[in-house]
Design a protein around this ligand. Structure first.
Ligand code: SF4
Length: 360
C-alpha cells in the first residue's frame, strides 16, 4: 500500500477547511479554552448542534476562569439539552483544576489528568492548541483509517489496531511541521469527504493510496459488532401547576444518572409498566390527575418510557412541596432540566392546555 501523503491532505485542507467558531484563522494559534470547550461539546453531538451551545457558553463564561467561578447550577442550566450531565460537571471541575494550576497543560499526559479529558480529547487539545505532533483518534479518524488500510476487524475490537495505524499517518515532514492543521484536516476529511455511508472518493486527496477504495469495500467500513437491543424502563411523572402559575419541581440525587438535575416528581424507573394505582401512590399532591401523554427517551444503556400525568391545584401546602421547590412556569426555560424532563414538561403543559380548552 502507498503511504497516504501528508502533503496531499494538507494541500486539500488549505483549500477546503471549514470555518468553525472555535477555530483560529489560518496560521494563528487557537485559544486552548475554545478548543477544549468545543471538543467536550462535540463528544455529545454534531457540529451544527454544538455551535449555539458553544456561543452561549462563551457569552456566559468568556474565559476558563469565568467558567471555574460560576455556580454549578448555572453551568448545568447552560448545558441542559446537550445530555450526559456528568460531562457538564466534569467541565466545571476541569475549569477549576485548570485555573488552580495556572492554565491548560500542553502535553497529552498532563491533559489526561484533568477531569473529563480522555485519550482522544487530550490528543486533540495538544495537537490543535499546542502543536504537539499527535493524531487524535475519534470515530471519524477510525473510519478513515479502517478504509485507508482496508481493516475488516469489527469495532469496538478494532479500536487498538486502528489507533496504532492512525498514529502512523502523521510521520511525514509537513504533518510534523503543522500538527494542528493535520489533526483538523483529518476531522474535515471525515466530516465532508470520507463520510459514513457514501464516501466521496472521487474528490479525496488520499484516493490513490486508499486500500479500501481500491478493494471496493470502503463504504462498508468500519465493520461493527451488531448492537444489543436496549432494555426498556418505565416511569410515571407528575406535572402540577398552582393558580399562581408555579410548577412543583425537585432536585435529583447527587449521584447516578442525571445527578443533581431538576425534574418534575415521579416514580422510580422500573422494568415493568406501572399499574395506575401504584403510580398514583407516588403523586406529590392529591389532585385530579389526567394522562397528558407519553415521553420516550433513549439513554446509552436503556430506553425510557414515561407516562406524564398533569393536574392543577389551587395552591401547594408546605408538606406537599417537601424537599422540592416551586418555580414559575415562565422560568422553566432557564432551569437545569435535562432533555427528558423538558419533554415531560412540554407534554404536561400541552395536556393541561388541551383539557382547559375542552372544558372552557
Ligand atoms: Fe475515504 Fe474514499 Fe478517501 Fe479512502 S478514498 S479515505 S474511502 S474518501
Amino acid at each position: 500500500m502507498i503511504t497516504p501523503s501528508d502533503h496531499a491532505l494538507l494541500h486539500w485542507y488549505d483549500r477546503h477547511r471549514r470555518t468553525l467558531p472555535w477555530r483560529a484563522e489560518g496560521g494563528r494559534t487557537p485559544d486552548p479554552y475554545h478548543v477544549w470547550l468545543s471538543e467536550i461539546m462535540l463528544q455529545q453531538t454534531t457540529v451544527t448542534a454544538v455551535i449555539p451551545y458553544y456561543q452561549k457558553f462563551l457569552a456566559l463564561f468568556p474565559t476558563v476562569r469565568a467558567l471555574a467561578t460560576a455556580p454549578q447550577e448555572q453551568v448545568l442550566a447552560a448545558w441542559a439539552g446537550l445530555g450526559y450531565y456528568a460531562r457538564a460537571r466534569n467541565l466545571h471541575a476541569c475549569a477549576q483544576a485548570v485555573v488552580a494550576r495556572g492554565g491548560f497543560p500542553a502535553q497529552v499526559a498532563e491533559l489526561r489528568t484533568l477531569p473529563g479529558i480522555g485519550v482522544y480529547t487530550a490528543a486533540a487539545i495538544a495537537a490543535i492548541a499546542f502543536g504537539v505532533p499527535v493524531v487524535p483518534v475519534d470515530g471519524n479518524v477510525e473510519r478513515i483509517t479502517a478504509r485507508l488500510f482496508d481493516e475488516h476487524t469489527p469495532l469496538p475490537g478494532a479500536r487498538k489496531v486502528l489507533a496504532r495505524l492512525a498514529e502512523g499517518l502523521n510521520t511525514g515532514a509537513e504533518a510534523q511541521a503543522r500538527p494542528s492543521d493535520f489533526a483538523q484536516a483529518l476531522f474535515d476529511l471525515g466530516a465532508s469527504v470520507c463520510v459514513p455511508r457514501t464516501p466521496a472518493c472521487g474528490v479525496c486527496p488520499w484516493q490513490t493510496s486508499c486500500a479500501g477504495q481500491a478493494a471496493g469495500t470502503a463504504a462498508t467500513l468500519p465493520r461493527k459488532m451488531p448492537k444489543v437491543a436496549r432494555p426498556v424502563r418505565h416511569g410515571v411523572h407528575f406535572f402540577v401547576v398552582d393558580e399562581a402559575g408555579q410548577v412543583l419541581l425537585q432536585r435529583r440525587p447527587e449521584t447516578g444518572l442525571l445527578a443533581a438535575m431538576t425534574e418534575i416528581p415521579g416514580t422510580p424507573w422500573q422494568a415493568t409498566a406501572w399499574p395506575e394505582a401504584e403510580a398514583l401512590a407516588s403523586a406529590p399532591v392529591r389532585a385530579v390527575w389526567q394522562k397528558a401523554g407519553m415521553v420516550r427517551h433513549v439513554f446509552t444503556h436503556f430506553s425510557l418510557e414515561i407516562i406524564v400525568l398533569a393536574a392543577r391545584v389551587a395552591r401547594f401546602g408546605n408538606a406537599e412541596v417537601g424537599q422540592g421547590f416551586l418555580l414559575p412556569v415562565t422560568r422553566l426555560q432557564g432551569a437545569a432540566l435535562p432533555s427528558v424532563m423538558r419533554k415531560c414538561v412540554a407534554v404536561g403543559m400541552q395536556g393541561l392546555s388541551e383539557s382547559e380548552s375542552l372544558s372552557g
